[in-house]
Design a protein around this ligand. Structure first.
Ligand code: AMP
Length: 272
């Protein structure tokens, strides 16, 4: 992979890169399509990264379908699928980690200790291997994107980091490989995530600015769903990810909710 990239770059070709854990859906495809438009070559990585899963999380169960992914990738104009094995990425004796401080302490970082260390480590490795000019990430993983931007800036990575909007199902559910875990009933209840973002936006549009008032309101809504258990529900500044008392242009509602055993995340800006 690294040699191919070096050869292409030597020929002056621009390389776009989309890192994923596979089981591709339209959210991933939107990143690939944007990459296809903005570079000469498009690389997709598929790697279910063990180091970003905690003990008892869904690493083993995470959905995998390389055959279906390859066919979707081909349609999206991918030139190379890079799908390494865990033992190639983390051979015996592996000992190096990338840690971003501060913004990894909150939200998903607080609920999933070590998660972002796994993410930043694997993304660093992938960027070193693929050596792209530009890499695409989804706003769906809002904190992940903020952490990766911080890392790229702090570590002088040459690659441009681009974030793209959340792709949703027709009824509003944010697309996710993990949606495949949901039963029919849970799939219906999972709408409480996107609905709570919409209802928060409506409150803000109606003049409510107190974050606590908005959160109390939507907390009640979510908790009325029998399968839902809130992990976190917060209104944060888009850059610092610190809690806000009052909503402004920089406010993002971020939530993680278990629907049954499936942990789903979603987010949205409150002032449009
Ligand atoms: P994953 O395979 O879940 O690790 O995601 C790979 C990339 O796709 C990440 O940058 C995600 O933020 C992005 N992504 C996942 N779901 C969506 C979505 N519904 N809309 C936009 N981007 C997404």
């Amino acid at each position: 992979m690294q040699q191919w990239s070096q050869q292409q770059r030597a020929k002056g070709r621009k390389i776009a890169f989309v890192p994923t854990m596979g089981f591709l859906h339209q959210g991933h495809i939107s990143l690939l399509e944007e990459g296809r438009k903005n570079a000469d070559l498009l690389v997709l990585s598929i790697f279910v990264n063990p180091t970003q899963f905690g003990a008892g999380e869904d690493f083993e169960d995470y959905p995998r379908d390389l055959v279906a992914d390859a066919s979707l990738a081909e349609k999206a104009g991918v030139d190379i699928i890079f799908a390494p094995g865990a033992a190639q990425m983390y051979p015996n004796g592996y000992a190096s980690w990338v840690d971003v401080e501060g913004i990894t302490d909150v939200l998903c970082g607080a609920s999933r200790p070590g998660h972002f260390r796994g993410v930043t480590t694997v993304v660093s490795k992938l960027l070193n291997i693929v050596a792209p000019d530009i890499a695409y990430f989804g706003n769906k993983d809002f904190q992940q994107l903020a952490v990766i931007r911080r890392m790229a800036l702090d570590l002088n990575m040459a690659c441009e980091i681009v974030g793209l909007p959340i792709v949703r199902e027709a009824d509003g559910l944010a697309m996710s490989s993990r949606n495949s875990y949901l039963s029919v009933e849970q799939r219906q209840q999972a709408l409480c995530l996107s609905e709570s973002i919409n209802s928060a936006c409506r409150m803000v549009a109606a003049g409510v600015v107190a974050a606590a008032e908005i959160l109390t309101n939507i907390r009640k809504d979510i908790e009325s769903h029998s399968e839902a258990r809130i992990d976190y529900l917060k209104i944060c500044h888009q850059l610092s990810l610190q809690d806000q008392v009052e909503v402004d242009q920089d406010s993002v509602l971020l939530l993680a909710v278990f629907i049954g055993k499936t942990r789903l995340i979603d987010n949205g800006f409150l002032l449009k």
